[in-house]
Write a protein that binds this ligand. Structure first.
Ligand code: NAG
Ligand code: NAG
Ligand code: NAG
Ligand code: NAG
Length: 406
């Protein structure tokens, strides 16, 4: 696994205003909360295929990496990287009373949207919804806003409506259209709801709490194109619309999150952490600033060199690299990859543009994103032991990756 050398920078001291008491229903300890972060193929996922071995899962995930990247050029180089949000799922509870949904968690995009039922006053007329073909419905939960006391559509003049690029005003409500790399789209009404998060960190170490956040902006989706899995999608990207930015605005959590991805061979679920728990404190943690992105919502850092064993390969100039949990493979700019290639067998593919650090390279690392500080922090960690929703018995736990650090 490559060791990414990045510019490390002293942490900026940013005071986080304690604005609101977050949890109305239970004591809120202030160290944040953790929800299950489930790989789509893992045993805990509704999309789990029991016939697949751990190796088979990797092969399928790699195939998806390529399927979502744009068509290769004549030289076999991926010309453009696209966000591929389809690898991890998270649980969230929406509305009052709450409906439990399992949604794609995507670090590469910002809108939160849910599959909403089309009946009721919140639904869009056929003029906007179009005549989308209805494929065979996958097993899933559809959110019905008419059954919730806290649902409200958002007006066209709201800040959230203005943040979205493609909106139309329908009866003074904000109707949105949102697209992903690869051509998938969703549309519906921009709305607000109360989101409730159960704490999935193992009881005993952290305890059982729920965190209630009112007025989260989300897309109540009624039309979809593409092969989405799950009951919706949670954008965790680097803009004001994403769930992490909205949680930070509402509470003492701060605009930060972290995860520690289990290797594919471990039978278990990782955790997605918010609040103080998202601070990466492991020894050897390396922090690097976010740099401007070609796509606004991406988390992009400057890659200076790649180290494999004792050999360091310097980039000709600082090379942007997107940090993304939704893509399996790592893509390296050709200039960086070419000197490495002939020696080595790596889960790395060439790219003509930005590099991308995919989820295999991030396994057994605690990776923290802090929008307030504008940083990403990496540290080697034993994810099965420290950040697993259901820690495996000691006999099955795995040692941390040997060489991964930022
Ligand atoms: C939303 O739910 C409907 C009804 O079950 C289903 O047909 C559709 O595929 C779902 N869409 C998504 C994006 O999950
Ligand atoms: C978020 O909003 C604040 C003020 O409302 C603005 O200063 C900031 O630039 C916005 N950030 C993004 C990423 O849109
Ligand atoms: C994975 O773990 C669960 C319980 O944590 C167990 O029920 C299941 O049989 C395990 N599956 C495999 C393939 O080991
Ligand atoms: C790397 O360098 C160390 C110290 O110089 C040496 O002991 C080790 O064998 C080297 N490893 C490789 C793979 O060359």
């Amino acid at each position: 696994m490559p060791v990414m050398t990045t510019i490390t920078r002293a942490l900026l001291l940013v005071g986080v205003a304690l604005t609101a008491q977050l949890c109305a229903c239970t004591a809120y300890g202030g160290d944040g909360f953790s929800v299950e972060f489930i790989h789509r193929d893992s045993v805990g996922s509704p999309f789990h295929d029991p016939s697949l071995t751990a190796h088979g899962r990797v092969v399928k995930a790699l195939a998806r990496s390529y399927a979502h990247a744009d068509a290769p050029s004549a030289h076999g180089v991926v010309s453009e990287l696209t966000s591929t949000p389809f690898e991890y799922l998270m649980a969230l509870n929406v509305g009052t009373p709450p409906t439990r949904l399992l949604a794609i968690a995507d670090t590469g995009s910002d809108l939160v949207w849910l599959n909403c039922s089309r009946k009721g006053p919140h639904g869009l007329g056929p003029a906007f919804a179009g005549d989308a073909p209805s494929p065979t419905p996958p097993p899933g939960v559809v959110f019905d806003p008419s059954k919730s006391k806290t649902y409200s559509p958002v007006g066209c003049d709201s800040g959230a409506c203005r943040e979205l690029h493609e909106t139309v005003c329908v009866d003074s409500k904000c109707a949105y259209f949102y697209g992903y790399g690869g051509g998938s789209t969703t549309s519906g009404l921009l709305s607000t709801e109360t989101f409730t998060f159960a704490d999935d960190a193992p009881a005993g170490s952290r305890g059982d709490r729920t965190t209630r956040v009112p007025d989260v902006n989300f897309g109540c989706g009624t039309t979809f194109v593409g092969s989405f899995i799950g009951d919706g999608l949670v954008g965790l990207g680097n803009t004001n619309l994403s769930l992490v930015a909205q949680l930070g605005a509402h509470a003492s959590l701060g605009r930060r999150f972290s995860y520690c991805l289990l290797p594919y061979s471990v039978n278990g679920s990782s955790l997605l952490n918010f609040g103080a728990r998202a601070t990466v404190t492991e020894p050897g943690a390396a922090t690097t600033p976010l740099i401007p992105s070609r796509v606004k919502s991406y988390y992009t850092i400057g890659l200076l060199s790649v180290k494999v064993g004792n050999a360091t390969y310097a980039a000709p100039q600082q090379s942007p690299a997107v940090v993304d949990s939704g893509t399996t493979l790592t893509f390296l700019n050709k200039a960086l990859l070419d000197p490495l290639k002939d020696t080595l067998c790596l889960a790395i593919a060439p790219s003509a543009r930005s590099s991308l650090i995919g989820n295999i390279a991030q396994q057994n690392m605690h990776v923290g994103y802090d929008l307030d500080k504008g940083t990403v922090t990496f540290a080697a960690a034993d994810c099965a032991r420290s950040y697993s929703a259901h820690p495996p018995s000691p006999a099955h736990s795995h040692a941390p990756a040997t060489s991964g650090s930022a």
